[in-house]
Design a protein around this ligand. Structure first.
Ligand code: RB5
Length: 149
């Protein structure tokens, strides 16, 4: 898969560790920044990755900020994005199987590199189960259509 990654300044140090791991797993990686540890704003990077995904340039996205919260909320404002913030692998896996999440977010102030890698692996390897979950994910899209016009 082609994976987009981005962070803010707080997630900046963890980004290369996760990037190398994603490549090690056999995926192609595109780094949407930032490219220095200078103080910045997470919504910018959430938007870049969300737009790359919606535009079809990548198949999935990974976002890192201090908690994973701000950057996932921002990404979820883009129509068609289903971003999940995780600090353990079970939620990461289930979010793909049941909710067909397309962006994974986590916080560099919350989890360490090894746990982050485990979460990334579980999420990338999981597959949407379809079936009864299709309608529910469709209902999320309907809410989006109603309020994001
Ligand atoms: C930056 O100070 C911090 O607010 C950000 O990294 C993130 O945790 C926001 O949700």
């Amino acid at each position: 898969m082609k994976i987009a990654i981005a962070s803010d300044h707080i997630g900046f140090e963890l980004k290369p560790i996760i990037s190398a791991y994603v490549e090690e797993l056999g995926h192609e990686l595109i780094d949407y920044g930032p490219h220095s540890a200078e103080r910045t704003d997470y919504p910018k990077y959430a938007k870049l990755v969300a737009e790359a995904l919606i535009g079809g340039q990548v198949d999935a996205g990974i976002l890192i900020c201090g908690t994973g919260v701000g950057i996932s909320i921002a990404a979820n404002k883009v129509r068609g994005i289903r971003a999940v913030v995780c600090s353990e692998p079970y939620t990461a896996q289930m979010s793909k199987r049941h909710n067909n999440t397309n962006i994974l977010a986590f916080g560099s102030r919350v989890i360490g590199g090894e746990l982050a890698k485990m979460i990334v692996k579980c999420w990338l390897e999981a597959e949407f189960e379809g079936g009864r979950h299709v309608d529910r994910v469709g209902m999320i899209g309907e809410i989006e259509e109603q309020y994001l016009c």
